[in-house]
Design a protein around this ligand. Structure first.
Ligand code: IMP
Ligand code: MG
Length: 180
């Protein structure tokens, strides 16, 4: 797997420090609010698992799954809720957890949909942000790292469902997906 990685962007150590920082911020901001932390699958599963363990206040967790990408490397623009989360968010403070914010289409759609469900507040926590690629503006409350406009894998992020299990974050060699 590592032979397909052009360069490492963030090591396990970098990631652990950042996740601890985000967890501390969320714990402070949401003290007494009992937030619902919703992981947008599959990409955020590792980040979510680490993040919730860095959160020291009571919270509940849930999962949802949307599809916006096929097996390629660029956004189709189409967003579909494949699995909705189970609990009600009526009157609750919602924190959406994503792996990477790219065009912004997925999250902008999700935020809009979830706003109609009566949450007291909705904020966004994304592990990575690729601002150069933004098509739709999205407000981000908690951000891990900013990344360049390259295809990124590892720590939950995939290419064609692979590389999610890399413990670090790296740039995928373009030769792997025949990119430009
Ligand atoms: P958006 O709707 O374009 O913001 O797409 C966000 C989704 O695209 C993320 O949740 C990822 O699943 C996927 N994605 C975007 N960029 C990358 C990348 O560099 N590596 C892996 N997945 C990516
Ligand atoms: Mg994803």
């Amino acid at each position: 797997m590592t032979k397909d990685i052009e360069r490492v962007l963030f090591t396990e150590k970098d990631i652990a420090a950042k996740v601890a920082e985000l967890g501390a911020r969320i714990s402070k901001d949401y003290a007494g609010k009992d937030p619902v932390i919703v992981s947008v699958l599959k990409g955020s599963f590792i980040f979510m698992a680490d993040l919730v363990r860095a959160i020291t206040i009571p919270c509940t967790i849930d999962f949802m799954s949307v599809s916006s990408y096929g097996s390629g490397t660029s956004s189709s623009g189409e967003v579909r809720i494949v699995k909705d989360f189970d609990g009600s968010v009526n009157g609750r403070h919602l924190i959406l957890v994503e792996d990477i914010l790219d065009s912004g289409r997925t999250l902008s759609y999700l935020m809009q949909t979830l706003k109609t469900r009566g949450a007291a507040s909705i904020s966004l926590c994304t592990f990575l942000d690729k601002p150069e690629r933004r098509v739709v503006p999205v407000e981000v409350a908690y951000k891990g790292f900013t990344v360049p406009d390259s295809f990124i894998v590892g720590y939950g992020l995939d290419y064609d469902q692979k590389y999610r299990n890399l413990p670090y974050v790296g740039v995928l060699k373009t030769s792997v997906y025949g990119g430009e």
